[in-house]
Design a protein around this ligand. Sequence first.
Ligand code: TXA
Ligand code: MG
Length: 338
Amino acid sequence: MKIIGKTSIGTDLEVTKEFLVQGQLVAIPTETVYGLAANALNEDAVLEIFKAKNRPHFNPLIIHLPDWESVKTYVRNIPSEAEILAKAFSPGPITFLLEKKISNPNEGVNHHPSSPIPDLVTAGSPKVAVRMPAHTLTRQLLKMLDFPLAAPSANPFGYVSPTTAQHVLEGLAGKIPYILEGGPCQIGLESTIVDFDNQQVIIRRKGGVAVEAIEAVLGKKVLVQTGVEEHPVAPGQLKSHYATATPLYLMDGVSFPTGYSPETACVIAFGNNMDGIMAKFRFQLSAEADVDEAAKQLFATMRAADNCGAKMILVKALPEEGLGQAINDRLRRAVFEP
Ligand code: TXA
Ligand code: MG
C-alpha cells in the first residue's frame, strides 16, 4: 500500500468496504473513469463528495450497482428499451435515467413519497441515474456492499476526468483516505447517459457506448439531446467542463488562434501529421487513428499536454462517428473561454 499524506492507494477490497461503511469517500476504478464513491443511501457521506470535488449541489450523481436485479430494488416503471439496452451493454459504459422507486407512499416526511435515495443524489429529480460498471475489482466491491455507490468522476469540479489512480491523487490528495488501484481505465470516456420519455429513447450525454451501437440494438433512431452537464435538472448553468489550465483550441484546419507561435504551442493529434511541431510538444491520441485507442488515451493526453510547458493546446476534431462523437464533445467543452 502506497501512502501519500492522508491518502493511501491500494487494492484491498476489505479496507475499501470499511471506509465506505463508515461513511467515508473512496476513489474507485471503473472502465470509464475513476469515480469518487460514497454510500448513496447516506446523505452525510454524499455531501462529502460535493465538498471534496467542489461540485454544485444542483448537479446530480450516478449510483452504481453490481447488476440489473439490484437496480430493480431502487427504480420502477422500467421501459422495455431500458431492459434491452441493459442486456446488451451492462455491465458497461451506459447509464440509465429511471424513476426512483417509492418505498412507502405514506411514510415520507409530511407524507411526501419517500425513496431510500436521498434528494441530494438526484438534485430533487424524480429520476435517478443508475449504472453497472464493468471493472472487475469494482464489481467485486459492489457485490460486497448492501448499498449503491454514488460516484461522480474523481476530479475537482470542472477539470479533466481521471483515468488512473495517479490522476485521482493529483486532484484529491489529502481529501480522501483511500484510492482503490485498478490500473488505467479501459474505455477512458464517461458513460453514455440514456433517458426514456413517452416511448422515446433520448441520449443525454454521449459516452463510452456509441449512439450508433444503441440504435443498432434498438433497431430504431434515438433522439440526441445532450447537455445534462451544462444544464442539469435543477436550475443553474455550468460553464466549461473538462477544462485544462492551459488554453485549449479546436482547430478548423485553416486559421491559428491569436497569440499562436510554433515555439509555444503543443498539438494533440489523432493519426494526423505533426511535422514542424517540436518533439516535446507532440501528443498522439492514436498513431493508427484507432478511435477506441484515442478514447482510452484522451484524458491522460489532455493532462500531459496541460503539463508540458506549452502556452496553448491545439487539437483537431475527430471524424464525427462512433466514439469520435463523444471525444469531440469532451474536446468542445474543454475549449478555452476567455
Ligand atoms: O462513467 C461515468 O458515468 C462516471 C463513472 C464514475 O461512473 N461518472 C460520471 O459522473 O461521469 P459525473 O457526475 O461526472 O457525471 C454524471 C452526469 C452529470 O452531469 C449529471 O448531470 C448527470 O450525470 N445526472 C446524474 N443524475 C441525473 C439525474 N437524476 N437526472 C439527470 N441527469 C443526471
Ligand atoms: Mg464528471
